[in-house]
Design a binder for this molecule. Structure first.
Ligand SMILES: CC(C)(COP(=O)(O)OP(=O)(O)OC[C@H]1O[C@@H](n2cnc3c(N)ncnc32)[C@H](O)[C@@H]1OP(=O)(O)O)[C@@H](O)C(=O)NCCC(=O)NCCS
Length: 279
């Protein structure tokens, strides 16, 4: 008899405990704010565009070349500009895209290039006004890790090997620190000295903008946490780019497709790797 009563009591206790657990979960769920993709995308794009404008140089000089850097949020790029940029991707990697994605690769690529929240840097030869390449990026949660994702780095062939890519990446790699720590993460840039020649009204407008953006940065950090590093996708067959990224400290991300060794010893490579650089 007693044994049965004990069992009933135990079951009652369990059921009470379960209900309590449910209540706790339910209360927790009620407090959890669902991830607002649109709000995140807008916030990261505005912050990123500002940080890129402030911290990348306006021009880069390589030998007798002067390259202008024009920073634009994706929403402000025209249809014909996308076509120009797509042409550069086609010249550089069209064959590889055709091989891996088939005939519709251009429409897929265009869709990706127009993705909401992207920030572009167009690279222009100041002498000829020709677009010589571009760089595009976005803050994303990739596999739950917040990182600055490099969507494209593309230079026309005659402009490669001049360390333009290396210099762009050096500035790109400062972005996680600039979001996590703030302007002091940029050792390169004497923010105040540069403003010496400006008139006072302009100086005060810039100071207001910087403090507004500093608030946005803090808000972003509070809402989404720290940026872990930089990430990108590279074709396995793009040996030059792979060497370039490896030299900059990139390693294969845990969630990257991997080489597979078959039983006959042959190694099958995936079409692409996802690389990560913890910064
Ligand atoms: C990949 C790319 C962005 C590199 O930029 P870049 O300005 O040409 O590169 P840099 O001059 O800064 O060179 C940096 C490193 O890249 C590698 N690299 C550059 N040119 C190379 C070449 N012709 N062959 C092999 N490796 C090369 C080297 O490791 C080099 O370092 P090193 O000079 O100390 O040996 C550029 O070549 C490019 O736009 N290529 C075509 C598009 C592309 O493949 N984009 C990458 C998509 S994921």
């Amino acid at each position: 008899m007693f044994a049965l009563k004990d069992l009933v009591d135990t079951l009652r206790e369990h059921s009470l405990q379960n209900n309590k657990n449910h209540e706790i979960e339910w209360e927790f769920a009620e407090e959890t704010v669902p991830f607002d993709e649109v709000a995140f995308s807008k916030m990261q794009s505005d912050l990123l565009a500002f940080l890129v404008t402030e911290n990348f140089p306006a021009t880069m000089e390589k030998e007798d070349l002067v390259i202008e850097l024009i920073v634009t949020q994706v929403e402000k790029l025209s249809g014909s500009k996308f076509q120009d940029l797509l042409k550069i991707v086609d010249i550089n990697l069209g064959e590889e895209y055709l091989r891996t994605e088939g005939k519709k690769w251009k429409s897929h690529k265009l869709k990706e290039m127009k993705e909401h929240g992207l920030v572009y840097i167009e690279l222009i030869n100041q002498h000829s006004s020709e677009t010589i390449g571009f760089f595009s990026m976005k803050l994303v949660f990739d596999n739950d890790v917040l990182c600055v994702y490099l969507y494209e780095i593309q230079l026309l062939k005659e402009y490669t090997g001049l360390k333009i890519g290396s210099e762009l990446m050096r500035h790109f790699h400062k972005l996680p620190g600039l979001i996590n720590i703030g302007p002091e993460a940029n050792e390169d840039r004497p923010l105040d000295d540069e403003d010496e020649d400006m008139d006072d009204e302009y100086k005060s407008e810039i100071a207001d903008l910087r403090s507004e953006k500093e608030q946005e940065r803090m808000e972003f950090l509070k809402n989404y946490g720290k940026v872990e590093g930089c990430s990108l996708t590279v074709f396995t067959k793009n040996e030059r780019a792979l060497k370039f990224y490896q030299g900059l400290g990139y390693i294969k991300a845990d969630h990257s497709p991997r080489d597979k060794k078959l039983r006959n010893g042959r190694v099958v490579q995936p079409d692409y790797y996802i690389l990560f650089n913890f910064l």
